[in-house]
Design a protein around this ligand. Sequence first.
Ligand SMILES: [Zn+2]
Length: 387
Amino acid sequence: MKCTNCKSSDTEKFFILKNAPVQSIVTIKTYEDAIAVPKKDLTLTFCNNCGFIFNSTFDTSLDMYTKGYEDQQGFSATWMKFITDFTERFIDKYGIRNKNVIEIGCGKGDFLQIICKLGNNQGIGIDPAYVPGRLEENPNLRFIREFYSESHGDLPADVIVCRHTMEHIYDNHTFVKTIRKAIRNNPDVIVLIEVPSIVRILKINAFWDIFYEHCSYFSPGSLARLFRWNKFDVLDDYLEYDNQYLFLEAKPSDEITETPHPAEESVAELKNYVDQFVVTVNEELDKWRNRLQKMKEDNKKVVVWGGGSKSVGFLTHFNDMNVIKHVVDINPHMQGNYIPGIGIQYVPPKFLETYQPDSVIIMNGVYEKEIEKMLLEMNLKPELISL
Ligand SMILES: [Zn+2]
């Protein structure tokens, strides 16, 4: 099995997740359709040459993003504050004012809206899953409902942003080459990449962050190596959001860049995290199974808060236990829909007022304060368990 990033054959499998639903955040209207979502095995594979981790049994023929893909985060105050602060810093760092910004995989356009408002920039969003009408009108924005390709290289670009997209792409070698080719006449363009960090997943056994929609798992080192080896200079490489999100900033270079960025961990260091994970993740899964079993025996009402991929990643391991019957999400576009492969229906926070849960498992600890406040406003004080 060849590494999809560096093409080395020196790779090894280290973790298999059986029967993972192939989709996690698509909107599904009925229970029958939800459980009919195909399930496939996910095989995490480590590259000993560049440190990249990928699902080597990923089915590239699946069409996941052109119908009902629901990934909007802008409904959370915590996320809005983070992304606004981050964008202000990014604008200051590179003087992104009155510039042309292209966002590859822009989703519903939330980030593009923010960077164009804060910096008075012109934005073009490229994404087959874009849905018109979700954002307030802004004449500085336009959207192209397509997958990114070399032909988009003719669009005006001072900045190219690509947030939470590369983890869904199987062949990132070709993807990065496509960006590099597209910007060949534009040596000053700044490229900003954001993906989840695999380092945190490995260090804390965050098994809920491993699910089928993500076929590519980057670390500061493997992401920087991918860009350096495809003729980019890495300007910065860092973690944010409780070390969950990995950011890389780069600009084109004439040659392959050999010198590592100071933030890159070595392949050997990453291999140590992988070896440790192989042992400890099963202990963590056993611990959770026992905990949920105890809750079931005690007739506790347990809900998950936070829909989307993390809840699919979590419930894939425990749905057979039938302990968790409801998943809460604040995104109004998800409420009423059923979770792919799992079959549980999303409920709005208000549902808990009558349900009166004993325990709330929070899929992302970053939101604990925000969730605790919403629960208190409903006079609820359940046990909070944050992942
Ligand atoms: Zn590799």
